[in-house]
Design a protein around this ligand. Structure first.
Ligand SMILES: Nc1ncnc2c1ncn2[C@@H]1O[C@H](COP(=O)(O)OP(=O)(O)OP(=O)(O)O)[C@@H](O)[C@H]1O
Length: 255
């Protein structure tokens, strides 16, 4: 895997509070270029909040988030977001745009010439396994959920951003399509060398995709490390997740 020791995103003692509720406290975390950092945690543990602090949808109430060594508060928010692809569970595709227009959105906002956009759209649809001639002219409602997710990934990759934020992107899919997309995504991430921060509450997904796993619990990062290190963690929340993994793997013992 092509990780370098250069830091792509850094949280320096970050807390985030809203309406006197502390959603995230004292987060310190460096994410290296080219790695797939999986944020794992149960519902409400603060994973999405952490992602939104990276692309400036939220601003820390304490500390700093740095992207390419610059605090997000010093970035022009639009320029920052163009460097960061964002894929969410409900894909956020524009319903009145065709698949091609959705995928070409950021390149057209960046005023690429029409021919270059079209070539890029075809390249991206190919990359995520959708036959461009068949799919580029369709509308999102004419696709299955799995196909929409593929379009969401193609759109996030279209302007070649160095960083990708993925918020439970495959959560709503059937397990077979999900595994297929996870495999394709892992291949793509390694080929393209993107820095990926991927949110999930599924430990199998985390183990499959991770360079490192960051475990969140009640707004805190309570464990951080490789799969091997995660298995050795004594934190009760890590143990609870590992118990889920073991339960899933021990189904043969059921009669
Ligand atoms: N705008 C808000 N105002 C108040 N509380 C909020 C707000 N946004 C999120 N929260 C709360 O912050 C906590 C963390 O939310 P967050 O969405 O980061 O969790 P998560 O780990 O991504 O959960 P899930 O896996 O369910 O998406 C939750 O308890 C949530 O209810």
């Amino acid at each position: 895997m092509s990780t370098t020791s250069e830091i792509a995103v850094e949280f320096r003692d970050v807390s985030f509070e809203i309406n006197h509720r502390l959603l995230l406290s004292n987060l310190n975390l460096s994410i290296y270029q080219g790695e797939a950092l999986i944020l794992l945690g149960r519902s409400g543990s603060g994973k999405t909040t952490t992602l939104k602090l990276i692309n400036h949808l939220l601003v820390p109430t304490q500390g700093q988030v740095l992207v390419s060594s610059r605090p997000t508060t010093n970035w022009d928010a639009i320029k920052l977001r163009r460097r960061i692809g964002y894929v969410i569970q409900e894909t956020g595709l524009f319903p009145h745009f065709t698949v091609g227009e959705n995928v070409g959105l950021v390149p057209s906002l960046e005023k690429w010439p029409a021919q270059k956009i079209e070539a890029r759209v075809y390249e991206m649809l190919d990359l995520v396994g959708l036959e461009p001639k068949q799919f580029a002219q369709r509308y999102p409602h004419q696709l299955s959920g799995g196909q929409r997710q593929r379009v969401g990934v193609a759109r996030a990759l279209a302007a070649d951003p160095p960083i990708l934020l993925m918020d439970e992107p495959f959560g709503a899919l059937d397990p077979i399509t999900r595994l297929e997309l996870q495999q394709q995504f892992q291949y793509l991430q390694r080929q393209l060398g993107k820095t990926v921060i991927f949110v999930t509450h599924d430990i199998q997904e985390a183990f499959f995709l991770a360079t490192r796993i960051g475990l969140m619990y009640a707004g805190k990062l309570v464990a951080l490390g490789t799969r091997r290190e995660f298995i050795q963690s004594q934190h009760p929340e890590a143990q609870a997740f590992l118990a889920c993994l073991n339960a899933a793997n021990n189904w043969e013992q059921l009669n």
